[in-house]
Write a protein that binds this ligand. Structure first.
Ligand SMILES: NC(=O)c1ccc[n+]([C@@H]2O[C@H](COP(=O)([O-])OP(=O)(O)OC[C@H]3O[C@@H](n4cnc5c(N)ncnc54)[C@H](OP(=O)(O)O)[C@@H]3O)[C@@H](O)[C@H]2O)c1
Length: 333
């Protein structure tokens, strides 16, 4: 079967190697998925550049691709919740990625049924982003009736975070480029702040939760609008010791990330809030919950460009350098 592999870690040039390898065999808890579409993410480029080596040290060559949609062709003897021919999607487990391939073997616990209203290409835009939000809300211990501020809600994460947070009963405040205000309010946001015209730190206080998609100087600004005891989850700032512990990383990495993230832990202490960092993991159950929410609301993720699998390197370049207005997806049809 044809696959696209990371063969070297290179900071300056991202080029996956298209090659042929044997079709893999499944274990009792796994299924064989014939891939029909795969989401292309900044994470794929980060892996090529060696930027996540400390979190997940891949042994090269490694078939690339974190997010998959496809049809089940074979089922392991322990798998009961799926049948042959089911259309499934998922964020692949950290230690067994490989969506940029004609076939991929996946632990069935990582997969969910694709909602029927979504095409394969649209479905490929969902798992990684939706799971990021589910895992952030879970880490916050988000409770219905409380308020969340989602920074940069006009982007890809915001497009899914807003409806998911609303479905979970939260009051949602977000900011971003004013040109997108109407679209974002239509997703269910209760309040939109144009970041080019107004400073949210002058307008907001007592916020229970923050989903920080921006990092940099914005992380501290967001801490300043929170209620004492509030929970902030960042997707962009630094991993910390707590993150390393949760990921079960070895003790020396827990120490290292403890040092790296100390600045944010100390900052959070000053504001009386809690700082968290996440790296999205596979979870079929959480993804099924999202699929059910999406099926009710018929949310359509926005797609930027679809490339044939053979053009995987062009797609990665687009994600690295283009101003995306939605997801880049590989099609295998
Ligand atoms: N840790 C994880 O597991 C994980 C998982 C998923 C995503 N992520 C990361 O999360 C980040 C966000 O992802 P995304 O897909 O939403 O990015 P995106 O689609 O590029 O969206 C970012 C949005 O933020 C807006 N923005 C920029 N500066 C702003 C500011 N100062 N105040 C308010 N809004 C501002 C942008 O508007 P303009 O168009 O005006 O610039 C844009 O609409 C990325 O860095 C991604 O890598 C991490």
């Amino acid at each position: 079967m044809k696959v696209a592999q990371h063969t070297t870690y290179n900071k300056n040039k991202i080029a996956l190697n298209l090659t042929e390898i044997a079709k893999p065999a499944i274990k009792p808890n796994q299924v064989l998925v014939k891939v029909t579409a795969a989401g292309v993410n900044p994470l794929d480029n980060m892996i090529s550049r060696g930027e996540v080596k400390l979190i997940v040290p891949y042994k090269l060559p490694q078939t690339a691709g974190n997010e998959v949609v496809g049809l089940i062709e074979e089922i392991g003897s322990n798998v009961t919740k799926f049948g042959i021919g089911d259309r499934v999607f998922g964020r692949l487990p950290l230690d067994s990625i490989g969506a940029f391939a004609e076939y991929v073997v996946v632990d069935s616990a990582a997969l969910a049924q694709v909602p029927t209203y979504l095409t394969d290409v649209e479905a490929a835009a969902v798992p990684l982003t939706a799971l990021t939000i589910m895992q952030a809300l879970s880490l916050m211990g988000a409770e219905a009736g409380k308020t969340i501020f989602i920074s940069g809600g006009t982007g890809g994460v915001g497009g899914m975070a807003i409806p998911i947070a609303k479905a979970k009963g939260l009051t949602v405040i977000t900011n971003g480029d004013g040109a997108n205000a109407e679209r974002v309010l239509a997703l269910g946001a209760d309040r939109f702040i144009d970041y080019k015209k107004e400073d949210y730190t002058d307008l907001l206080s007592n916020v229970d939760y923050v989903l920080d998609t921006l990092g940099g100087a914005e992380t501290e600004k967001q801490m300043s609008i929170m209620k004492k005891g509030g929970q902030l989850v960042s997707l962009r700032a630094m991993p910390n010791g707590e993150f390393a512990k949760r990921m079960n990383l070895p003790k020396w990495k827990q120490f290292l990330f403890g040092m790296v993230g100390r600045k944010f832990d100390k900052m959070a202490k000053t504001y009386g809030v809690h700082y968290n960092f996440i790296f999205v993991e596979s979870n079929g159950q959480q993804l099924q919950e999202v699929a059910d929410i999406f099926s009710k609301l018929e949310i359509k993720p926005s797609i930027d460009t679809v490339y044939p699998f053979e053009e995987v390197n062009v797609a990665l370049d687009k994600v690295a350098n283009g101003r995306s207005r939605g997801k880049t997806v590989l099609s295998f049809k």
